[in-house]
Design a protein around this ligand. Structure first.
Ligand SMILES: [Zn+2]
Length: 191
């Protein structure tokens, strides 16, 4: 019964969709998170973004979240998301939007390139809801990081405490740097 849908509800859905488009979300995210028809979303997307949405499949695998730099970005986002989830009464998708906006703010203040797209952030929350990914506490620094659910917390060491050998050596601006003091200690296993 399409007629029972209130104008206010629809207005809120359009507003959400516009926010998501501005953040760079893929069309599939909008389709999944609003009741607006595909045709209307497509028109809205073109109007807001000024171009057609990119085609192709959404990322399905959890692998990306496990690589070094993306894992740290994903962990930052998910920590913000979990916090908002606890302290606010927002709808699920609004929590993702708000958490993603705060994640962008964080990367901006740290002069980091935001590696995590809003589509991946949304996907990450779905993976967590499905029990495919979770947050595990690092046994070294106590921070919470994105891992597979079977990770043994007692032995888990995060990518910041135990970065890969080449990590932080790159001079590319916007990439993560490991503090000079931390890297050699971790490499030598001096704990
Ligand atoms: Zn750690």
């Amino acid at each position: 019964m399409a007629r029972t849908k209130s104008i206010l509800t629809e207005a809120r859905q359009i507003e959400r969709a516009v926010t998501l488009i501005h953040l760079g979300a893929r069309l599939q995210v909008l389709e999944s998170e609003t009741d607006l028809s595909y045709e209307r979303l497509l028109r809205l997307y073109k109007e807001v973004a000024g171009r057609s949405p990119s085609k192709g499949q959404l990322p399905f695998s959890t692998d990306w979240f496990m690589t070094w730099q993306p894992n740290i970005h994903a962990s930052l986002f998910l920590n913000i998301h979990e916090y908002l989830n606890k302290v606010s009464e927002l709808d699920e998708i609004d929590t993702v939007i708000k958490a993603y906006q705060l994640y962008l703010e964080q990367t901006r203040t740290q002069a980091l390139e935001p590696l995590l797209s809003v589509t991946r952030a949304w996907r990450l929350v779905k993976f967590v809801d499905n029990g495919m990914l979770t947050l595990t506490k690092c046994s070294c620094c106590g921070g919470h990081f994105v891992t597979h659910p079977h990770e043994i917390a007692k032995h888990y060491v995060c990518g910041m405490c135990n970065p890969p050998a080449r990590a932080g050596k790159g001079r590319a601006s916007g990439s993560l740097r490991i503090p000079a003091a931390a890297a050699p200690a971790a490499a030598a296993g001096a704990h």
